[in-house]
Design a protein around this ligand. Structure first.
Ligand code: NAP
Length: 311
């Protein structure tokens, strides 16, 4: 089995930017793209905040361009999931289906997935009035009446951000007490455009005849009555799950499941293993910050490979 210099796991903006830099450094990276190649951006439509695209760019198109750029310099992109990794023995071994790959360094860029409600209409209406990212899609809701689902800091943050565009934002929370921090709750409560619907759980997203979101069917958790509300847009903000399933026993993660990186670098707790993008970032979670951290990871990996595994 040939030893690879670098294997990148994940193909969002972080993984593909790492691939561009690693390929240009002649490290011949392999990128395991996963089954949803391109990551979360492939689920969005217009991306208007990625620098360099004054007219905006479609999320899937941006990811195709990044992939082509990485391939042009020799990155090999494989649309497969990594099943397991052995970080106990060096070079490290990755299992991909029935195949094994040995590598001197690994960049983890597996991203995070927005938690979803898993209710009727959710899958079909995603991107058609239903979103999980206010920063990405808020702009499309100028003067609209929208709803945010969730009662944590993410929901408060999304709702406050959305008041820049919407005429009214209603936060729908399943309990009567918010989970959000006091400061975020206070900010949301004092915002004149924000209203609350407590003790309601969405049970169905309603579609118009043209196939866009029209409203939400809600259940009152106190008396079990059902009520339909009209909505121009719904943002599901019930948290994110970093995709760390195969690393969580071998790489240090924080209490929310995100990979810890150290000393303002992409270095993880395992030598020669670097992390970038949303899998290590619960704060910014933007395509451009993910791309920036992918660049950092490739540079850190290149320096590590020059020095070799010490001790
Ligand atoms: P979170 O704290 O886990 O809150 C998730 C919210 O969604 C909870 O209110 C929960 O309801 C609700 N929820 C979960 N599953 C649901 C379902 N199936 N149906 C309806 N509601 C559901 O997640 P988060 O808000 O993303 O925050 C995660 C971490 O990041 C926290 O530590 C937070 O402080 C941090 N964060 C900080 C900031 C900031 O400070 N600016 C911004 C964002 C996130 P229950 O309350 O009933 O469980």
């Amino acid at each position: 089995m040939e030893n690879k210099k670098i294997i990148i796991i994940g193909s969002g903006p972080a993984g593909l930017t790492a691939a561009i830099y690693a390929a240009r450094a002649n490290l011949s990276p392999i990128v395991f793209e996963g089954f949803q190649a391109g990551g979360q951006l492939t689920m969005t439509t217009d991306v208007e905040n990625f620098p360099g695209f004054p007219e905006g760019v479609q999320g899937p198109q941006l990811m195709d361009m990044l992939r082509e750029q990485a391939k042009r310099f020799g990155a090999e992109c494989i649309m497969k999931n990594v099943d397991s990794i052995d970080f106990d023995n060096y070079p490290y071994t990755l299992q991909v289906g029935k195949q094994y790959y040995k590598t001197f360094s690994v960049i983890i860029a597996t991203g995070a997935s927005a938690k979803l409600l898993d209710i009727e209409g959710e899958e079909n209406l995603m991107g058609r009035g239903l979103s999980t990212c206010a920063t990405c899609d808020g702009f499309f809701y100028k003067d609209k009446q929208i709803h945010v689902i969730g009662g944590g800091d993410s929901a408060m943050e999304e709702a406050i951000f959305l008041t820049k565009f919407a005429s009214k934002v209603t936060i729908v929370h399943r309990r009567s007490k918010l989970r959000a921090s006091k400061i975020m709750e206070d900010r949301a409560r004092s915002n004149p455009k924000i209203e609350f619907m407590f003790n309601y759980s969405p049970i169905k997203f309603l579609s118009s005849s043209s196939g866009v979101l029209d409203g939400i069917e809600l259940k009152n958790n106190q008396d079990s009555t059902i009520k339909n509300v009209k909505s121009d847009g719904v943002f599901v903000a019930i948290g994110h799950n970093p995709n760390t399933e195969i690393f969580k026993d071998s790489v240090e993660i924080d209490t929310n499941g995100y990979i810890n990186t150290f000393n303002k670098s992409s270095k993880t707790s395992v030598k020669g293993v670097f992390a970038c993008g949303d899998v290590q970032d619960s704060v910014y979670r933007q395509a451009i910050t993910a791309a920036g951290s992918g660049c950092m990871a490739a540079i850190d990996a290149e320096r590590f490979l020059e020095e070799g595994l010490t001790e």
